[in-house]
Design a protein around this ligand. Structure first.
Ligand code: HEM
Length: 201
């Protein structure tokens, strides 16, 4: 049986999140333009440092949010641990903790935050491929624990299922989009060139 025209035309929460945060995602991508052509690995180190700082700040916020428990269903690899391992291998100095600006999200804000965090898994496979020295082998230029831990897309699929199960009115959708936007901007605030957190030890 086919869906009615009206149900086909209603964008899902994910559709809205993707459309309304496209610019924020592109701005973040642009901050890492040329990352894979940079043979020194400096930009890749900044990428790892950004993810380490972001997960350290956001993971506890989500764990205490109405989305708590979502992560435990299949126990995927811990991305913060993986970012720490890569940072160590890259010789990055430990970073002082940073505070996430939305510390007590409601369910829809948590959807927006988790969308950014879990959605970033979708780019990981592309990045892993770009880091390979030769596509026929597993030899890589830089440590890739974080990207490997991120290339399991199941947590993103689970999040989308959880979102789809929730009825979202326009104000709820706007809270989710705003929280996703805050999250993208938070990532951007952590990726600066002159950021002490990316200083090599
Ligand atoms: C240089 C860095 C990045 C590149 C090259 C990149 C690339 C991509 C690509 C190719 C996709 C689409 C994959 C697909 O549809 O199969 C994607 C999706 C996505 N990425 Fe990124 N990404 C980068 C960084 C990030 C970061 C750091 C975040 C989060 C902070 C992020 C958040 C997202 C989200 C939320 C989606 C899902 C969009 C949707 O709803 O379909 N990305 N990325």
């Amino acid at each position: 049986m086919s869906a009615s025209p009206s149900s086909q035309s209603v964008p899902s929460l994910r559709d809205r999140l993707r459309a309304d945060t496209r610019e924020a995602h592109e701005a973040l991508d642009a901050s890492f333009a040329g990352m894979f052509a940079d043979a020194t690995g400096t930009r890749y180190a900044r990428f790892i440092a950004m993810n380490r700082a972001a997960h350290a700040a956001i993971d506890p916020v989500l764990a205490a949010s109405p989305l708590a428990g979502l992560k435990d269903e299949e126990a995927p690899a811990d991305r913060l641990d993986a970012a720490h391992r890569d940072a160590l291998a890259l010789g990055l100095a430990p970073a002082p903790p940073v505070r996430f600006p939305l510390p007590g999200p409601d369910l829809f804000e948590a959807f927006g935050i988790a969308y950014v965090l879990e959605g970033s898994r979708l780019g990981a496979k592309y990045m892993l491929r770009a880091i390979k020295i030769d596509q026929r082998t597993d030899d890589v230029r830089w440590p890739t624990d974080y990207l490997e831990a991120s290339s399991d897309a199941r947590p993103f699929t689970r999040l989308l299922d959880r979102m789809a199960a929730e009825r979202a009115d326009e104000p709820a959708i706007r809270r989710a989009v705003e929280a996703a936007d805050v999250t993208f901007r938070f990532f951007r605030s952590l990726c600066g060139d002159d950021d002490k957190r990316t200083t090599r030890a």
